[in-house]
Design a protein around this ligand. Structure first.
Ligand SMILES: [Zn+2]
Length: 95
């Protein structure tokens, strides 16, 4: 009897889109370490859907890049991006 089970878990080392979005939020909160930061950067680098689905843009990308390089991001920019992501998260959760 074959059950035909499928493994739906993401491959090890991969970050899926919804997780990436949550990480971005934590990142903006200043809760992520350099390795997590690099993971997000890598995901956003190769994932177009993230930008389309969540209305992210290159501003966010460059903000993450700068933070990964230990540069200080302007508070106004951080706040603006955070507000936008909050809206996206609500939209995703609300269907
Ligand atoms: Zn993605």
């Amino acid at each position: 009897m074959g059950k035909g089970e499928r493994d739906d878990a993401p491959a090890a080392g991969q970050t899926d889109c919804s997780e990436a979005l949550l990480r971005v939020y934590e990142f903006l909160d200043g809760e992520l370490g350099p390795s997590e930061c690099a993971k997000i950067q890598a995901h956003l680098d190769e994932c177009g859907p993230c930008f389309n689905e969540y209305n992210l843009d290159t501003t966010l990308k460059s903000l993450i890049k700068r933070s990964c390089a230990n540069e200080h991001a302007p508070d106004t920019l951080r706040t603006a991006i955070m507000a936008r992501i909050s809206l996206s998260v609500f939209r995703v959760e609300g269907g």
